[in-house]
Design a binder for this molecule. Structure first.
Ligand code: CO
Length: 133
């Protein structure tokens, strides 16, 4: 497994991009929309891993609730790459881990298969699995 990205929910993607540019000298890539996940997002590419910035794209977005609890935003999840999301999810479930969702295959903006695993199964941190081929 490799670290794909650490994801931060922000209330305002454009303001977040301006802030990390002025303070850290880091540039974000193009802003993309993931309709299925209900997020607008952009990545800061660090070479060996990325930082994902996410903003809700609709009021019922799964991350809108996170912003209600954390109005200024904060770290939401980290993402590990796996060869097969199905195989990794099955193996984790076999060990008692809780893979989230209703079983419908989920995809990121690049069309890669993803899945989320309950924070209780990684020391309190929400984990995303991302399939890289
Ligand atoms: Co992510």
């Amino acid at each position: 497994m490799n670290l794909s990205h650490v994801s931060i929910v922000v209330p305002d993607l454009d303001a977040a991009a301006a802030k990390i540019r002025s303070t850290w000298g880091l540039d974000i890539g193009e802003i993309e929309l993931n309709e299925q996940q209900g997020v607008r997002l952009a990545y800061v590419d660090l070479g060996n891993a990325k930082i994902e910035l996410m903003e809700p794209s609709r009021p019922d977005s799964p991350i809108a609730k996170f912003l209600e609890k954390n109005p200024k935003g904060g770290i939401h999840h980290f993402c590990l790459t796996v060869d097969s999301v199905d195989a990794a999810a099955a193996s984790l479930a076999e060990k008692g881990a809780q893979v989230l969702g209703d079983g419908t295959p989920q995809k990121n903006v690049h069309g890669e298969r993803i899945a989320f695993v309950h924070p209780k199964d990684f020391l309190g941190a929400l984990v995303e699995l991302e399939e890289h081929r």
